[in-house]
Design a protein around this ligand. Structure first.
Ligand code: SF4
Length: 90
């Protein structure tokens, strides 16, 4: 049996779309579908998107709200359920 690893916080450099001074950071914490879509579109260009998604999926309590790596909270819950089922069937 091997110990499970947990994804670390993404290596933020300041170049991420959610960290730009000319971008409204509230887009990433809005429940408005238009804001979520805009945040998701910006996330798609992010250099740490993969690491951000791994962190978000491994830290559900810290990422319960908002847009992380172009995913909504419901999308992340769905992905966690999907991966949990895959773990039990492999
Ligand atoms: S992928 Fe993560 S770090 Fe990158 S812009 Fe989106 S929320 Fe920010």
């Amino acid at each position: 049996m091997t110990a499970a690893t947990v994804a670390p916080y993404p290596p933020i450099t300041g170049s991420e779309p959610c960290r730009q001074a000319d971008t409204d950071p509230d887009l990433w914490f809005s429940n408005d579908p238009m804001d979520q879509a805009e945040a998701a579109e910006l996330c798609r260009t992010c250099p740490v998107k993969t690491q951000c998604l791994a962190y978000a999926l491994d830290h559900p309590k810290d990422t319960e709200f908002g847009t992380w790596a172009a995913t909504t909270p419901e999308q992340r819950r769905s992905l966690r359920r999907k991966f949990a089922r895959k773990d039990t069937t492999s």
